[in-house]
Write a protein that binds this ligand. Structure first.
Ligand SMILES: [Zn+2]
Length: 134
């Protein structure tokens, strides 16, 4: 294991079982969604031509999308929050910007040096399941 590797938002989320009683699959969390397309363009530290643009579907989307800054602890943003907002408002397409929630610090995150300034431009398209007719 890389001693210098910072935990990212999805890692921290996975470890904080006491905060989130149940981690469900996408299907269980969003049973009304037939399909989803997520495009994320990241700007900032650690971003290169290979990871600048990332795409996710219902099998690869997670609660958190991580940032690419190697020094950043708990880096990324909550994709789950954006999807919940869209579902609540019945939105099919949504574009937004997020700033990384993490910070540059010591490997375990105890010391904080400065905020991570990586930003994400996010486009989400949702296809909802047809309502069942009785
Ligand atoms: Zn970050």
């Amino acid at each position: 294991m890389d001693r210098d590797k910072r935990q990212k938002a999805s890692d921290v989320f996975q470890e904080t079982n006491y905060l989130f009683a149940e981690k469900t699959t996408f299907e269980k969390a969003f049973p009304m969604i037939e399909d989803i397309e997520v495009k994320v363009i990241e700007y900032g530290e650690g971003v290169n031509e290979w990871n600048r643009e990332r795409y996710y579907n219902k099998f690869t989307a997670g609660e958190y999308i991580n940032c690419s800054n190697r020094l950043c602890y708990n880096g990324g943003f909550s994709l789950g929050r954006i999807i919940r907002y869209m579902v609540m408002n019945n939105m099919k397409e949504y574009q937004t910007k997020e700033i990384c929630q993490g910070y540059e610090g010591s490997p375990k995150g105890r010391r904080k040096y400065r905020d991570c300034l990586n930003t994400f431009h996010i486009t989400v398209k949702i296809k909802y399941k047809e309502k069942q007719e009785e």
